[in-house]
Ligand binder design. Structure first.
Ligand SMILES: [Ca+2]
Length: 126
């Protein structure tokens, strides 16, 4: 577990505890769990990114200009509406200037992922 994961984990635990599944709710049958979250296009609020096998890479002369990595996907009813959301932990590498880790909460609207919230975790200058 990286130091970033250690910093974000408590945030994520808080989010998941707040959105704990309702008694009697079916677990595992939610549409949000049926998607392939590692291979999809997302609007992260600052642009659209296509992930393949959990990675997005915009390379300049072989180096990352913007590289994003989905390090974890988990599920929970974050907003308490009875429908689960997907929470993606995404590592960002912005060309070696800094790396950061953030959590992105996606719901499904008409079967497509829509960003509901972004939790900034930590940024480290490199
Ligand atoms: Ca929900």
């Amino acid at each position: 577990m990286s130091q970033y994961s250690k910093m974000v984990a408590p945030l994520l635990a808080l989010v998941l505890a707040h959105g704990a599944a309702k008694p009697g709710a079916a677990v595992g049958a939610e549409p949000v769990r049926q998607r392939d979250w590692m291979n999809a296009e997302y609007d992260l609020g600052n642009g659209r990114f296509v992930f393949v096998a959990g990675r997005y890479a915009d390379l300049t002369e072989g180096r990352c200009a913007v590289c994003l990595y989905i390090s974890e996907v988990t599920f929970g009813d974050v907003d308490g509406d009875g429908q689960e959301e997907a929470i993606l932990l995404i590592n960002s590498d912005l060309g070696g200037a800094a790396t950061s880790l953030g959590a992105y909460v996606f719901g499904l609207v008409d079967g497509k992922p829509v960003l509901g919230a972004h939790i900034e975790g930590a940024t480290e200058e490199t």
